[in-house]
Design a protein around this ligand. Structure first.
Ligand SMILES: [Fe+2]
Length: 318
């Protein structure tokens, strides 16, 4: 049976701390995965006070983050509500810098217990010694479908892989219902109610209510209250059955540009998080024009996902 936890219930667990850098953080537990039951799902809201700096780190479990309030940056990526970040286990990301004025609030959602952040650079050797690592991450903005019909849903672009990773944005008008996507071919599913409310077991649960659906369970029936509802359903991918890293993929446009170049464009990948820099595509969002050779990328440039140095990239043959 699905587990439903309301914000009102979770907030009772809120613990605030002053960190070494003088900034505050707080944690609101929804689902606790104790050391003696590590297979239980683990979910909480992390509140990062204004200016809080969370260094680049990785985890031992797959993880979704859903940004719900405030802003800042994750690596080079601006963060804002509502945005989803998925990182496979053993994938470094960050640093996470909370906005100087507003701070930053986000859900952290895991299929099972994680022992805690493994910070780089002190844990770099530990990271590189993990066999058959398949690092990968994606950040995606959530766009809710227009509520022109009672129930509508849309895939969250980019949040998918060959092992069942999936993200779906769901809108319900008032007093409507729909079945959430199946969790059958996943490693578990979270549904985060971001706006409005749901009705479950005869009670109304306001945002930010959290639902956990285990892999073998039937699809969860979402029923909205009088204000309607907007939610995201997030499916974890099944465990990998292959041991090799997926080959870097070149986009059709980059392939075409590469074909037309006098000499072949190369592709470089971050050895820590597998972020790919394709010389043919460049990185216009970072001011690096298409066709910029690796040797012409500024020395001070660093990985937009995990902040690794340029020297932490290796050429990938396609
Ligand atoms: Fe990286």
């Amino acid at each position: 049976m699905a587990i439903v936890v309301s914000y009102d219930e979770a907030i009772l667990s809120r613990k605030q701390r002053i960190r070494d850098d003088g900034n505050w953080t707080a944690r609101v537990d929804y689902l606790v995965s104790p050391p003696d039951a590590p297979e239980r799902p683990q979910a909480f809201i992390s509140e990062q006070g204004p200016g809080r700096h969370l260094p680049t780190h990785f985890h031992y479990t797959d993880q979704f983050q859903v940004f719900i309030r405030g802003g800042g940056t994750n690596g080079h990526h601006p963060i804002s509500p509502y945005q989803v970040h998925f990182a496979r286990k053993h994938t470094p990301y960050g640093p996470l810098n909370a906005d100087q004025d507003t701070g930053c609030w986000f859900f952290t959602l895991r299929p099972r217990r994680d022992p805690g952040a493994q910070y780089l650079s002190e844990n770099r050797e530990k990271l590189e010694s993990i066999p058959n690592r398949m690092p990968w991450q994606i950040s995606a903005d959530v766009r809710f479908p227009a509520d022109s019909i009672a129930a509508s849903s849309a895939q969250i672009e980019g949040v998918d892989d060959e092992r069942g990773l999936a993200g779906t944005a769901i809108s319900l008008r008032s007093n409507a219902s729909t079945l959430a996507p199946s969790a059958q071919n996943s490693d578990g599913q979270y549904i985060v109610v971001l706006e409005g409310s749901i009705v479950y077991g005869g009670k109304e649960f306001d945002s930010k209510t959290l639902v956990y659906v285990a892999p073998g369970e039937a699809p969860f029936e979402l029923v909205s209250g009088a204000k309607g509802m907007q939610a995201v359903a997030l499916n974890f991918p099944r465990a990998a059955s292959c041991s090799a890293n997926p080959p870097a993929q070149r986009s059709p446009a980059a392939q075409e540009a590469g074909d037309e170049a006098d000499r072949e464009f190369n592709v470089w990948a971050c050895v820590l998080c597998s972020f790919v820099y394709d010389e043919a595509e460049g990185l216009p969002s970072e001011g690096i024009a298409p066709g910029t050779r690796w040797e012409d990328v500024p020395e001070e440039w660093c990985c937009p996902d995990c902040s690794a140095k340029k020297s932490d990239f290796e050429m990938v043959k396609i």
